[in-house]
Design a protein around this ligand. Structure first.
Ligand code: NAD
Ligand code: TYD
Length: 368
């Protein structure tokens, strides 16, 4: 039985991780620590309130003393560190929060783990600090260049990726210098349930349902490697279980697509869904499909993101060869699940988009 502290567990990937973990390991203890920034939503953890192993703590990873107290009180043996500012466009407009949380917050957590696990008598057996990071730390690839291995030099280009790169280096240094047991994963772009609709896939999906334009940055030929969120979390579970301490693992979907390809495929799959379920036309009358049009007609090319990385691609052979891990979902199967989730959870994304979820979760859960 493990006792986990999941930072950022009310965000997109963290919440999916908590649901998956408690489904697969119902006897484990899972304490979520989340500051509930704009991206953190208590409703992402709905359904877990009565679970005996689950606890939600509203707090900031930068509060080192509070984190130390939590590690002691809950006898945490595994930290799974998701908490971060995560959106590249926001990091371009306002980098400070990225440095404060992603660099300062990660360092604060490392200090807390070191104090409790390495410098006190009541340390748990076999502790682990798992750091969740991104492929964006490696910079940008040209067409035809080999995908990123774990040995690829760091060359972060955005304030977001630079702050994640700094946090990766701190995690590595705490292992090398102090012997803190750590693992790190660098994953490609995720999509799936609970993703905040500022990121490409949920933004395009909701705009399409609502008949709004689909804004493609630049020429739409930037390439990302897409992975369904549950596959990412299954990989993290595998690393926590059997990953070598001090090691880094790349996680990818083996699914390189241009942004234009992604948006066009998404339009086709939404059209297919409208064909199969007549009730969707009444629910989303502004979707072009309803009037015999095509989602693709909404594609609009807009000004490019400054410093926009051209291509990310992951070589995940270490994860496959050492830990036997491969993704289960293809883009189509993962996207169909995602589409179904957004169709079944319209109230969730409407509340997230108009900001009313803050008030709703306060009434549901109090101020935590
Ligand atoms: P997200 O923005 O959806 O969620 C981040 C969560 O962290 C939110 O719940 C937020 O409230 C919380 N948080 C932010 N600052 C905090 C602080 N100071 N203290 C405590 N909690 C705080 O992000 P996500 O997309 O779920 O990403 C999770 C992690 O995975 C991040 O570390 C990100 O860098 C990494 N990652 C994301 C992707 C992706 O495609 N989304 C890909 C690879 C890696
Ligand atoms: P995003 O989801 O922001 O992830 P990241 O920047 O971390 O890869 O964007 C994915 C890709 O989609 C990226 O190349 C930028 C592009 N993009 C658009 O073309 N239009 C949009 O409205 C958004 C949000 C992203």
């Amino acid at each position: 039985m493990r006792r986990l502290l999941v930072t950022g567990g009310a965000g997109f990937i963290g919440a999916n991780f908590v649901h998956l973990h408690l489904r697969e390991y119902p006897d484990d203890r899972v304490v979520v620590l989340d500051a509930l920034t704009y991206a953190g939503n208590r409703a992402n953890l709905a359904g877990l309130e009565g679970h005996p192993g689950f606890r939600f703590v509203h707090g900031d990873i930068r509060e080192q003393e509070r984190v130390e107290a939590l590690l002691r009180e809950e006898r945490i043996d595994t930290v799974v560190h998701f908490a971060a500012e995560s959106h590249v466009d926001r990091s371009i407009v306002g980098p400070d929060a990225f440095i404060e949380t992603n660099v300062g917050g990660t360092h604060s957590l490392l200090k807390a783990a070191r104090a409790v696990w390495l410098e006190s008598d009541d340390a748990p057996a076999d502790p682990l600090f798992h750091h969740v990071s991104t492929d964006e730390v490696y910079g940008s690839l040209e067409a035809g260049e080999a995908p990123f291995t774990e040995a690829h030099p760091y060359a972060p280009n955005s304030p977001y990726s630079a702050s994640k790169a700094a946090s990766d280096h701190l995690v590595r240094a705490y292992h090398h210098t102090y012997g803190l047991p750590v693992t790190t994963s660098n994953c490609s772009n995720n999509y799936g349930p609970y993703q905040f609709p500022e990121k490409l896939i949920p933004l395009m999906l909701i705009n399409l349902l609502e008949g709004r334009s689909l804004p493609i940055y630049g020429d739409g030929r930037n390439v990302r490697d897409w992975l369904y969120v549950e596959d990412h979390n299954r990989a993290i579970e595998r690393i926590i279980e059997s990953g070598r301490r001090g090691e880094v693992y790349n996680i990818g979907g083996n699914c390189e697509r241009t942004n234009l390809e992604i948006v066009e495929r998404l339009c086709d799959l939404v059209e297919e869904a409208f064909g199969e379920d007549e009730s969707l036309a009444a629910r989303f009358p502004a979707c072009p499909v309803v009037k015999g049009g095509h989602g693709r007609d909404l594609i609009t090319y807009v000004k490019d993101r400054p410093g926009h990385d051209r291509r990310y691609a992951i070589d995940a052979s270490r994860l496959r060869d050492e830990l036997g891990f491969g993704p289960r979902e293809s883009f189509d199967s993962g996207f169909r699940k995602t589409l179904r989730w957004y169709l079944e959870n319209e109230a969730w994304w409407r509340a997230v988009m108009d900001g009313s979820y803050r008030e709703w979760t306060r009434v549901q859960y109090g101020d935590c």
